[in-house]
Design a protein around this ligand. Structure first.
Ligand SMILES: Cc1ncc(COP(=O)(O)O)c(C=O)c1O
Length: 377
């Protein structure tokens, strides 16, 4: 598996435990598929002769059929998007108006919280409990539903905690949707293929009668090391898909067919790439957790998925932004402040283990250990 060329300079530069961009090259089969599509004429508004306009939606539908027994209509229920970023934005815009409420179990994906601010949609935070391994709390979500609730956001697997919803959690979420037909669910499944310790991902897409309430978002960035390709998708009911496609067309006129073709090859032919990457990530996760276990009073829930950990540094500081700034300056380790992921994240720091190799991860954690402020009394 090819690693990206080291561009950090002689002293190795700051250690990057900050940005969730896999430090691996995209599989050559995916690059070749793109190259092939461009050379064969996928350089116009419409795909070249011989290329299926719906190659990517069909590959996404097949992925959900093979993996989860979900029967999707690729033409009417799947939209290609510019990364999951755009898929999340379009879903929120298709479903909400300014002033609506969206229930957000947190800590959760920080950019989602930023999007709500931009769209004028009010987040109603439901705190997850670290003592409960940050597990989703469907009971608390159900209690938070009001007349103003238009959506519930669930990041599964969760960034930054690495928690994966159990079958019971998913059943409980489905029950909430059945009891509240005016409420939709935005399910972020970007980390669905990066699972550890034999874990399993579950989706609600098999529940046909919930289809009009679902927006299920996926990404090629993480599992296929394709962050720069900007490719994702959203699966939704037919009416919502029409809205999403309309919005997408108005924003950017759709996603490049050559990129979509490359994504279809990734989904259809490159599972072995994902498996090898998860193998290497498993080693890096071990290095990260071993390093953290050496630090005094820094508890950390073991992530079941993704490539982030979310340790609690509150024994040292309750101000995660100040702590992150100090660690970057003094330890030369870049990290993310936990408060960005919601109020319950304060006192925590998000560390990623996908960008640097195991040795640099261990070195990064040792440096953090050496530069921590005195413990609070
Ligand atoms: C949970 C989650 N959702 C969505 C995204 C955005 O992914 P993309 O690169 O496909 O826009 C990320 C990227 O960090 C993420 O962690």
């Amino acid at each position: 598996m090819a690693e990206q060329e080291d561009q950090r300079g002689g002293d190795g530069g700051p250690i990057n435990l900050w940005v969730a961009d896999p430090g691996f090259e995209t599989d050559p089969r995916i690059v070749e598929a793109f190259d092939y599509a461009v050379r064969r004429g996928c350089t116009h508004y419409f795909p070249a002769a011989g290329f299926d306009e719906f190659a990517l939606p069909k590959a996404v539908a097949k992925y959900y059929l093979d993996g989860f027994g979900a029967n999707l209509d690729p033409l009417g229920e799947v939209s290609a998007t510019h990364g999951a970023q755009e898929a999340l934005s379009l879903s929120i815009q298709a479903c909400t108006r300014p002033g609506d409420e969206i229930i957000v179990p947190e800590p959760t994906y920080s950019v989602l919280i930023e999007k709500l601010e931009i769209f004028g949609v009010k987040p109603v935070f439901v705190s997850l409990m670290e003592e409960d391994s940050w597990r989703l709390d469907p009971g608390a979500i159900a209690s938070a539903v009001t007349d103003k609730t238009r959506m519930i956001f669930v990041c599964n697997p969760n960034n930054p905690t690495g928690t994966v919803c159990s079958r019971e959690d998913m059943d409980a979420l489905a029950a909430i949707l059945r009891a509240n037909r005016g409420v939709s669910m935005l399910l972020d499944e970007c980390y669905a293929r990066i699972l550890y310790d034999g874990g399993a991902h579950r989706t609600l897409l098999g529940e046909r009668e919930l289809m009009d309430q679902l927006f299920v978002v996926g990404s090629f960035s993480k599992a296929y090391a394709m962050t720069g390709w900007r490719l994702g998708y959203v699966v939704a009911g037919k009416k919502n898909t029409e809205r999403i496609k309309r919005l997408s067309f108005e924003y950017n006129g759709g996603v490049s067919y050559a990129v979509q073709y490359a994504g279809a090859v990734a989904l259809g032919e490159c599972s072995d790439f994902v498996e090898r990457m998860v193998g290497e990530l498993t080693r890096r996760r071990r290095a990260m957790l071993a390093g953290l276990s050496e630090l005094r009073d820094v508890p950390c829930v073991v992530p079941q998925a993704g490539f982030e950990v979310f340790p609690d540094f509150s024994a040292y500081s309750r101000n995660s932004k100040a702590l992150v700034a100090a660690l970057e300056k003094e330890a030369r380790v870049k990290t993310m402040p936990g408060v960005e992921y919601g109020p319950s994240g304060e006192g925590h720091i998000r560390l990623v283990f996908c960008s640097e190799d195991s040795e640099r991860i261990s070195e990064g954690i040792s440096r953090i250990g050496r530069c921590l402020p005195p413990r609070r009394s």
